[in-house]
Design a protein around this ligand. Structure first.
Ligand code: CP
Ligand code: NVA
Length: 341
């Protein structure tokens, strides 16, 4: 043995919300809300705990929200975010992911990575000596779903307490607002739905998902969702009829029908998702709750939701996008700055 590498304790990664307890997920949300209050409203932070630290932002696919959220979050904490796109580095052309992971993690304090196959983020985490945060894989999108929990909390808080010009969502714990809600998913059985399934039932939110015949979630994801639901008292159900999923929903959620990497299937998918566009009429026919709200991770294309819903007062999409910043800030602060949650 001639090498001189020393053994290091494994860092805590953020690969999917399935790896965290309900209390941990709600703690991330709570801390994200605190960040929003201190940064956006009080503007009173002086501590910059990432001074001298850097974070690699290793993205093999396009991104607006996740990239901007990450770079601004790291800057807010006083660190340096280094964007490494697929055109910039040796990965995939001259170097393997395994070697890249060992090399990059030896120089930075954390890695935010957007990958193709989920196995890539798992390999990255396995080889990395610093925390790896999943910025989207074909299976999961955990930072998105933390932002969604935060957005639902804010929406319910304001629904219960009335909307004022003051931000008051931090005065209530998300434990009190999220339990007992029903979310309807109308769309593809994709990474966003899968992350919803492993997060929402755990915190007591029921999920009813409608996807066209043949579009189904992974067996392990469904098993986790059902086991979580059993423990929390929530329900999980699947149908091919959007109206059925929407019945009594507090929130209707969708996403693109053509995820990044599926562009070749676009024509087929547009045909097979006929009848899945979220509209006021669909919500009415399905019997959503009178004050139902709409969510979408973005970017949005008009086929999955019409303008009337997307730009209506029911739509939470822009606060949801902003909350990507506060939740990513909470994850980086917990895992990269504080060493775990
Ligand atoms: N929702 C989301 O992840 O958006 P971006 O692809 O723009 O990061
Ligand atoms: N399902 C989409 C989400 C983008 C944020 C995709 O994977 O492209």
């Amino acid at each position: 043995m001639t090498g001189y590498s020393t053994k290091q304790a494994k860092p805590q990664h953020f690969i999917t919300t399935a790896d965290f307890t309900a209390d941990q997920l709600l703690e991330f949300v709570n801390r994200a809300i605190q960040f929003k209050v201190e940064s956006k409203y009080k503007k009173d932070r002086t501590e910059r705990p990432m001074t001298g630290k850097s974070m690699a932002v290793l993205f093999s696919k396009r991104s607006t929200r996740t990239r901007v959220a990450t770079e601004t979050a790291v800057a807010y904490l006083g660190g340096h975010a280094m964007f490494l796109g697929s055109q910039d580095i040796q990965l995939g052309v001259n170097e393997s992911l395994l070697d890249t992971s060992r090399v990059i993690s030896s120089m930075v304090d954390g890695i935010m990575a957007r990958v193709g196959k989920h196995q890539e983020i798992e390999l990255l985490a396995q080889e990395s000596t610093v925390p790896v945060i999943n910025a989207l894989s074909d299976k999961y999108h955990p930072t998105q779903i933390l932002a969604d929990l935060m957005t639902i909390h804010e929406y319910i808080h304001h629904r219960q307490n009335g909307v004022s010009d003051q931000y008051t969502a931090h005065t209530q714990h998300p434990r009190e607002t999220l339990k007992g809600l029903k979310v309807a998913w109308v769309g593809d059985a994709n990474n966003i739905l899968q992350e919803i399934l492993v997060a929402f039932p755990k915190v007591g939110i029921s999920v009813a998902a409608a996807a066209p015949p043949g579009y189904v979630c992974d067996d392990d994801v469904v098993a986790i969702a059902k086991a979580d639901a059993e423990k929390s008292g929530a329900t999980v159900s699947f149908t091919t009829k959007p109206e059925e999923a929407i019945k009594d929903a507090d929130i209707i959620v969708t996403d693109t029908w053509v995820s990044m990497g599926q562009e070749d299937e676009k024509a087929k998918r547009l045909r097979e998702f006929a009848g899945y566009q979220v509209t006021m009429d669909l919500a009415k026919r399905g019997g959503a709750k009178p004050d139902w709200a709409f969510m979408h991770c973005l970017p949005r294309k008009p086929e999955e939701v019409d303008d009337e819903v997307f730009y209506s007062d029911r739509s939470l999409v822009f606060p949801e996008a902003e909350n990507r910043k506060w939740t990513i800030l909470a994850v980086i602060d917990a895992l990269v700055v504080k060493g775990g949650i």
